[in-house]
Design a protein around this ligand. Structure first.
Ligand SMILES: C[S@@+](CC[C@H](N)C(=O)[O-])C[C@H]1O[C@@H](n2cnc3c(N)ncnc32)[C@H](O)[C@@H]1O
Length: 763
């Protein structure tokens, strides 16, 4: 019993499940992150951790052979030169995989005033200026180290590296190793700046290759977007940013587009909530993507009315889908060095069936009959079994069974990545099974037995095979180790002898039949993209862009049913509560209070306010598109985890007692409300805005005489909003609270950091 208790404590809650925070802690402990004892001695100094061997002979053999057509021969003509050049390219590839990744990040273009941030980051002197400004700021210093690693001259010349294949000067790299950043007394402030800006949503730290799928999708605000395997959400954030970039204030709330982020792992799905919390534009759901429920727009809703009657199909479809499936992650080995120890191609083989199911389900969720329906499939694996084989199997299944010809096609998207090097997809590949260490040992033994069984006794034989095995392990070089020793080739599925292996190695692993030209003409597999780590110092990656062509018409209802549905258009559907998220009744006294207290205009969409709790302590705003989607879920089949932006918060704290203000406005949701406010909102000049931005608390008597002071003097206690016009198209807003004798800002430190940076008011 005692044992069981301990097990529970170690592993999480009483059901043995761990949440995200617990897992992080466990991982940190495993990595020795929190390794100091009570006296502050780092135990890693006493018991140094095992040095990780960044080598795997199987990995080398497998990829040198499987990806051979992709290694560069650099114009060589003789067979020897071709092999030598390809070997050199492979060596570069392999060497790069052993290096640590540089830190890259993206500016969030949906932040108001983000252009000021891109100007700062691309300036020659930002690093130097920021370090200088923060040299005495304890919040921006490294905790332990006080060294200065870079020379003054190196420091002078240090700049962020800008990648111009990404639009609007948004993508940067910090051109230094993490160790240097952490150690250097001055540079620590830059590291802190990136961290703080990342936490505030202004920057997103993300690997370059992982940014490619959303980039290829050319997202527009009206798009309905589905992210099938979304956690931890870096691509979801990018999709939201692209969608929101062109929208500000009012438009977001009334916008028909949305992003729905799904992940099958409930604790990972919860991690997405942070990414989405500021946008009323997205929601998070928790389903197996291969079985994602089909939703239908309901008669009577505006989304239903806008459906094309000549092509009637009231299922919910998506304009853009990101299918970033679970994979063996061997292309991310720079980030996960442990893979060097554990890598085996069977990992990819085991995931192929799930990857294919997720892709098939997702492709069918793309809007049919449209000129503008795109999906990206991606993995951070190099293995053709997880990549081209999945893509080919999906195309084969969907196109050959479609009645109207080839409905899905691979799009050539290389022109969208000019100045970013990629390598093409493979048309043909081999299917290899790896021979286990046990089988290799057995084979060695048998060979040894055959040669000289009589001379040696059993014990000697054991010693010999052990000896041989050691030698073999030492032969780390792919040139000296024999491929056949490690891998067995399967040419057809029918030809697999071992029944167990036959179950694991599916028919869909195998490449198309025919010549490369024939295959290419039919499937265009070379339009897939593989990123090699050595081409521009990134991780590896595989991406393919699919398009659903407007060929078939899918009818889910008969013409009479359509007619009936049209007749029913005037009927407002019953508003059932959702599984765990409820639409607030616009007639609820609390909602009516909000409307009158803040003087919300008639067009404020009261029916887009939702809550997760019957006590209505936190009210979330969702936009028009998301609201339509949730209406479509009348069967409550969506397992909704979070959605919308936290906008109104019930004032339960004592510090707000004595005011009539039942709900204050949250800074997260302010942008969705203030354009509709006619009361308790003040448009101020930049000077006044900076006064409230830079002071937590201001005595009312100390506010300089003028319009703002007069307005505050006559304002009752409670929440209010100030707005400043930055230029023709941009405004920034803050939530504040008026108390009897003072006002104070109700904005988190991180939000303040974001706003100050975007206004360029740190300097
Ligand atoms: C490669 S990660 C996604 C990374 C994410 N797209 C990003 O950019 O941050 C794959 C995700 O798929 C999830 N997953 C695994 N099996 C799934 C399934 N059957 N359906 C949906 N998600 C699944 C995993 O929990 C994991 O979070």
């Amino acid at each position: 019993m005692e044992k069981k208790k301990n097990f529970r404590r170690k592993r999480g809650n009483k059901h043995g499940k761990t949440n995200w925070a617990q897992r992080r802690k466990m991982a940190k402990n495993r990595q020795g992150g929190d390794s100091k004892d009570q006296t502050g001695v780092d135990m890693r100094d006493i018991y140094p951790q095992k040095e990780m061997v960044l080598d795997n002979v199987k990995f080398d053999l497998y990829y040198r052979r499987l990806l051979d057509p992709l290694f560069k021969s650099n114009g060589a003509t003789t067979p020897e030169e071709i092999v030598a050049n390809k070997d050199a390219d492979f060596e570069e590839f392999r060497a790069k995989l052993k290096e640590k990744l540089p830190i890259t990040f993206r500016v969030n273009p949906s932040c108001i005033g983000y252009e000021a941030v891109t100007d700062l980051l691309s300036s020659d002197t930002f690093i130097k200026d920021w370090a200088e400004k923060n040299k005495d700021n304890p919040d921006m210093q490294a905790k332990e180290s006080k060294e200065q690693v870079l020379t003054t001259e190196e420091m002078e010349n240090l700049k962020f590296k800008l990648f111009d294949f990404y639009p609007d000067k948004l993508l940067y790299e910090l051109p230094l190793a993490r160790e240097v950043l952490r150690k250097d007394r001055i540079l620590a402030s830059i590291h802190k700046f990136v961290q703080k800006s990342n936490d505030s949503g202004l920057l997103t730290r993300q690997e370059i290759v992982s940014m490619i799928p959303p980039l290829l999708l050319d997202v527009k605000p009206h798009h309905k977007i589905y992210d099938a395997c979304a956690a931890p959400g870096s691509k979801t954030a990018q999709l939201l940013e692209f969608g929101l970039k062109e929208l500000h204030g009012k438009n977001v709330t009334l916008n028909p587009g949305f992003v729905i982020a799904n992940d099958a792992d409930d604790s990972r799905a919860n991690m997405l909530a942070h990414q989405m919390s500021r946008f009323n534009y997205g929601c998070i759901v928790n389903h197996d993507a291969q079985n994602f429920p089909t939703l239908h727009y309901q008669a009577g809703t505006s989304a239903f009315k806008s459906l094309d009657i000549s092509n009637f199909d009231n299922r919910v479809y998506f304009d853009r889908i990101v299918c970033d499936v679970p994979c063996s992650s061997d292309a991310a080995i720079r980030k996960i060095p442990k893979k060097w120890e554990t890598w085996d191609p069977i990992d990819g083989a085991a995931l192929h069936p799930l990857q294919l199911k997720i892709l098939l389900r997702s492709l069918l969720m793309l809007k049919p009959g449209s000129e503008d329906s795109y999906l990206t499939y991606s993995t951070c694996s190099l293995n053709p079994i997880e990549n081209e084989a999945v893509v080919y199997a999906a195309l084969k299944k969907l196109n050959e069974h479609g009645e109207n010809g080839e409905e899905f096609e691979i799009v050539d998207c290389r022109d969208k990545l000019t100045s970013f090097k990629t390598r093409p997809g493979l048309c043909k590949w081999k299917v290899y099974d790896s021979i286990s260490r046990q089988s290799r040992r057995r084979a060695k033994k048998e060979a040894a037995k055959e040669e000289d069984t009589k001379k040696e006794g059993e014990n000697d034989e054991k010693d010999q095979s052990k000896e041989e095995e050691k030698k073999l392990e030492k032969a780390k070089e792919y040139k000296t180790a024999s491929f056949e020793e490690y891998f067995r080739e399967y040419t057809t599925h029918d030809g697999i002898q071992d029944e167990n292996r036959k179950k694991k190695f599916k028919p869909s692993f195998f490449p198309p039949e025919g010549t490369e030209e024939e295959i290419e003409a039919k499937y265009h597999l070379s339009r897939c993209i593989r990123v090699f780590p050595n081409d521009q110092d990134t991780s590896g990656f595989f991406i393919v862009l699919f398009r659903r062509k407007p060929l078939t018409r899918v009818q889910t209802e008969t013409a009479e049913e359509v007619k009936k549905a049209e007749d029913e258009n005037t009927v407002v559907p019953v508003q059932k509560p959702l599984t765990n998220m409820m639409r607030c009744d616009p007639k609820d006294p609390d909602i009516e209070f909000i409307q009158s207290y803040y003087g919300l205009t008639e067009d404020f969409p009261l029916d887009q306010i939702f809550t997760f709790s019957t006590s209505m302590n936190k009210l979330l705003m969702i936009n028009k598109g998301l609201s339509d989607l949730l209406y479509a879920d009348q069967d409550k089949s969506l397992n909704l985890i979070a959605g919308g932006a936290e906008t109104f918060i019930r004032n339960t704290s004592k510090k707000f007692s004595g005011t009539e203000c039942i709900y204050r406005i949250s800074q997260n949701g302010i942008y969705h409300v203030y354009p509709f406010m006619t009361k308790r909102i003040f448009y101020v000049n930049m000077e006044t805005f900076l006064l409230v931005l830079n002071n937590d608390r201001i005595q009312i008597e100390n506010i300089p005489e003028g319009d703002f002071k007069n307005e505050i003097d006559s304002l009752s206690c409670g929440c209010f909003v100030v707005v400043v016009k930055i230029d023709e198209n941009r405004e920034e807003a803050l939530t504040l609270h008026r108390h009897h004798a003072h006002i104070n800002i109700m904005v988190s430190e991180l939000n303040l950091h974001r706003i100050r940076t975007c206004l360029n008011k740190h300097f």
